[in-house]
Design a protein around this ligand. Structure first.
Ligand SMILES: *Cc1c(COP(=O)(O)O)cnc(C)c1O
Length: 383
């Protein structure tokens, strides 16, 4: 069986985890700040807050940006549900911006139109979450310009995109956003088992997110309301959560981070290889923009528009022990979101998309199996 994604764990990773298991701290120890420091160094962001998942990072990012009841958050419908759920955790409402069919990234045209309309209606979003789908960054410069014009905040959902570059800069540097979030789930680019991080250049946002990560408790006398003193004294000054990452996970993260650039090279090599093999096949790989480079979390192709074409390819590959996937069912199509409006391009994309196996240690023979079976089922472009 060929999975669609799989983590890469080396002996060095295992040794790093075991070292932490034998150390004084399993959690709240020195390995977490070390991972945070290394994430800052890699991305160029000033601050990093490591947490137990990207979902938690999205939640505390929204809270740090003061999202609350009556507020509106916009995101892409072609994403994992977590990109939208974070709004609902804060009792805000969520709405979706349509995508471009060729990249599956949020459409700048649709965003502009929707903003113009929302301004007239007095329903502008407080936060927009662009999703760097499949690892390719969104057009951040344009989204940033619009944020200045309409006064919204930006959280980049970079769950797919650690290691990607936009205008030659690493995703996560927050040059065009307030906060960027990463996921370290095993299927993503690097893993900590479960885990995530929020990057920012604002000390205020970083402090707020750190507080929310640990119950809203501070041990800093400067921040306390009551100066009761005592070495044991700590104070809860906000309602937070236990969203902490463990040092065991952080040790794995640091070890994985060392191979991040190597992983991106390998994923890029696989993607270019697929591109070449599919040149004459009647499928369309996602378009890659020239001012950015993808982390290639996913390798996505679109099949032709014919009825059930995607379903038939999915079933065919599945029968041949190739585990493909569909990224994503538009979030507004989820039962829980059934009151939302639907979007034309996102729906069209959903009918045609399929994600082929993509992971660093896939073998050439496995890749050939995927391409041969896809080609056999779909056929060549008619000349
Ligand atoms: C995986 C994913 C998340 C959530 O990440 P977790 O670490 O599993 O919580 C959020 N957004 C996107 C786009 C994802 O793919």
């Amino acid at each position: 069986m060929i999975p669609y994604g799989r983590q890469d764990i080396t002996q060095e990773d295992i040794d790093a985890v075991v070292r932490t298991l034998k150390s004084d701290f399993l959690t709240q120890g020195p390995v977490i700040p070390e991972l945070e420091y290394k994430l800052c160094k890699y991305t160029g962001a000033r601050y990093s807050v490591a947490v137990n998942s990207c979902t938690s990072a999205l939640h505390i990012a929204c809270l740090a940006l003061d999202l609350g009841p009556g507020d509106i958050l916009w995101t892409s419908p072609i994403s994992f549900v977590a990109s939208a759920n974070c709004a609902l955790y804060c009792n805000a409402t969520v709405d979706f911006v349509d995508i471009n069919l060729d990249t599956a990234l949020i459409s700048i045209e649709s965003l502009k139109e929707k903003l113009e309309y929302a301004e007239k209606e007095g329903k502008l979003p407080k936060i927009v979450i662009p999703v760097h789908f499949a690892g390719q960054p969104c057009n951040m410069e344009e989204i940033h310009t619009l944020s200045q014009q309409y006064g919204f905040k930006i959280i980049e959902d970079a769950a797919h995109a650690i290691g990607a570059k936009y205008q030659n800069n690493p995703v996560g540097n927050c040059l065009y956003s307030d906060i960027t979030v990463f996921s370290f789930h095993p299927v993503k680019i690097i893993t900590t088992g479960e885990g995530g991080a929020a990057m920012t250049n604002s000390s205020k946002l970083a402090e707020k997110m750190s507080l929310l990560r640990t119950h809203g408790i501070t041990r800093d006398p400067v921040k306390m309301k009551n100066k009761l003193g005592g070495l044991w004294y700590y104070e809860q000054i906000d309602l937070g959560f236990n969203y902490r990452m463990t040092d065991i996970q952080a040790a794995l993260g640091i070890s994985q981070l060392k191979r991040l650039d190597q992983y991106i090279l390998r994923r890029t090599e696989i993607a270019k290889w697929y591109d070449k093999k599919f040149k004459d096949v009647a499928v369309t790989p996602l378009m890659q923009k020239s001012d950015r480079s993808s982390a290639y979390h996913l390798y996505v192709i679109l099949v032709g528009e014919g009825k059930n074409k995607r379903e038939k390819l999915y079933n065919y590959l599945y029968e041949h022990n190739i585990r493909v996937n569909v990224h994503y069912i538009p979030i507004y199509r989820q039962a829980y979101y059934s009151n939302s409006d639907t979007l034309k391009v996102a729906d069209m994309y959903y009918q045609r998309t399929i994600s082929l196996p993509m992971f660093t240690n896939i073998t050439t023979s496995e890749l050939n199996t995927v391409v041969d079976n896809t080609t056999k089922h779909i056929g060549l472009i008619r000349q």
